[in-house]
Design a protein around this ligand. Structure first.
Ligand SMILES: Nc1ncnc2c1ncn2[C@@H]1O[C@H](COP(=O)(O)OP(=O)(O)OP(=O)(O)O)[C@@H](O)[C@H]1O
Ligand SMILES: [Mg+2]
Length: 457
């Protein structure tokens, strides 16, 4: 059933119960007809028995009118046999060896007793009628036995059965045809939808807008939302490719020029200097590649929404501890504090790691160049957690505090080999969590505040 087509599945689900119901109904109808025919035959048998008994009574035991029996037999189809036993068990008239009533049968006077039996090897239905005669010539109990072969009745039953089967077959066959084509017609909107989707080109990710039956709407809504996410992912990917191509072209061209210059160096010292600068440019290009990939990864993950309830205090404190251990040698003091009651945060731990890596890297590069102090603080409120990273370096001028989050923006172009993507990554991560990233005024140096809602919507 699992692997059946929708059409076959619906067809089976409808036709099987229909066959069952039609079968039961036909069987019940057949039984009812059988009962009715039995009653009719019994009534006729009784009528014959009564007529005979009256006839005997009137003729006071004389022979039965042959003509009457003849008429009855013709009317009934099956031959009728009879036997009359007079008072004292004496044989009056009729056929010998009537079928015996089943042992222990209680035959009451005036009340016909019906039973099935065999007579001369043929199936018969019998009735026994006992009546008290009070005639001058005939006095006492008289027994009238009438029996009749049941071949006509069996034929009637067979006819009824065949009729039932024919009726059942017709109903089921026509229902099957109606259902099979009806279901196909009913499923047409689904096929139309499938056609419409299959005719699309791979870059056509517009939402499906055609009319669809109410049952299919959730499916189409889900598909549309998938299309939307795919379109966004495509957009991000193509932006990444064009960014990457654009940004990598210049440094690579400069490496090529420097390498050409190095080849034609007049002496070894110049050669060393030029090779050294090639190495620096290559490092910067490597950093740029890494940051571009990181930006792309963050965007890709934010589309997949890999959020989980995480212990953000444990996550960040572990990161800070390893940072502090390494930077201890560089005369850098690191402080870590938590304010408010810590709560689990619905976040993507990989993104949080990436965000912290960029903030710590910046603090190290620009704020803590000659030693100093880094303070990291987590402060929890009812709805959000604020992650503050503050160094005591030169800080960022007020007019640049927003722009530092722009892609490829660097405040001091001559300094270091950054590529201006670190804070853009931080901002993207905060946004993916439904939060915000800001650079705020600080009396010490640069202060970054990332606010993340505990449960992003
Ligand atoms: N803690 C800080 N103190 C002073 N200036 C900072 C600090 N953090 C960032 N900046 C300034 O903001 C600019 C943007 O930072 P961002 O991290 O986005 O880029 P980057 O560090 O230059 O490059 P990368 O992508 O390699 O990190 C930096 O170039 C720097 O001038
Ligand atoms: Mg940076």
């Amino acid at each position: 059933m699992k692997r059946l087509s929708l059409r076959s599945r619906l067809f089976l689900l409808l036709i099987v119960p229909l066959i069952l119901i039609a079968g039961i109904a036909s069987y019940a109808r057949f039984q009812e007809a059988e009962r009715l025919s039995e009653t009719l035959y019994d009534n006729t048998l009784l009528a014959v028995a009564l007529t005979i008994s009256r006839d005997v009574a009137i003729s006071e035991g004389d022979i039965l009118t042959e003509q009457l029996l003849e008429e009855l037999t013709t009317a009934l189809g099956d031959p009728v046999y009879y036997r009359i036993t007079g008072p004292g068990g004496g044989f009056v008239t009729g056929y010998s060896d009537p079928p015996d009533a089943p042992a222990g049968s209680d035959i009451q006077s005036g009340k016909p007793f019906f039973f099935d039996s065999t007579y001369l090897g043929r199936e018969v239905r019998s009735v026994i009628l006992r009546e008290f005669l009070n005639q001058p010539r005939l006095q006492g109990w008289m027994t009238v036995e009438v029996w009749q072969t049941v071949s006509q009745r069996a034929a009637l039953s067979r006819d009824l059965l065949y009729q039932s089967i024919a009726l059942l077959g017709t109903i089921i066959l026509s229902a099957a045809v109606i259902l099979w084509f009806g279901i196909k017609l009913g499923l047409k909107p689904l096929l139309d939808l499938q056609n419409a989707i299959s005719l699309r080109t791979p870059d056509d990710l517009r939402p499906i807008r055609r009319w669809i039956p109410i049952e299919l709407r959730p499916l189409v809504q889900t598909t549309n939302s998938l299309f939307e996410r795919l379109a966004k992912a495509f957009e991000i990917r193509s932006a990444f490719i064009s960014d990457a191509a654009h940004q990598l072209r210049n440094p690579i061209a400069s490496i090529v020029t420097q390498a050409e210059a190095a080849v034609s160096s007049p002496d070894e010292i110049t050669l060393r200097k030029r090779v050294d600068s090639i190495a620096r440019s290559a490092r910067a290009t490597g950093r740029l590649t890494n940051q571009l990939l990181s930006l792309e990864r963050v965007r890709g993950r934010s589309l997949r929404a890999l959020f989980e309830q995480a212990d953000i205090v444990a996550l960040i404190s572990a990161r800070i501890r390893s940072f502090a251990e390494v930077q201890l040698l560089n005369d850098i003091a690191v402080g870590f504090a938590v304010e408010g009651a810590p709560k689990p945060v619905l976040c993507d731990p990989v993104m949080i790691e990436e965000m912290m890596a960029n903030l710590l890297d910046n603090a190290l590069r620009y704020g803590l160049r000659e030693g100093g102090e880094l303070a990291v603080m987590l402060s929890f409120s009812e709805e959000e957690v604020a992650i503050v990273v503050e160094d005591d370096g030169p800080g960022i001028k007020e007019e640049l505090r927003e722009r530092v989050f722009d892609r490829f923006f660097r405040a001091d172009l001559d300094f270091g080999d950054g590529c201006g993507l670190g804070l853009a990554i931080v901002a993207d991560i905060a946004e993916a969590h439904g939060g915000s990233a800001r650079c705020v005024l600080s009396p010490k140096g640069a202060r970054f505040e990332i606010r993340l809602p505990l449960e992003p919507h």
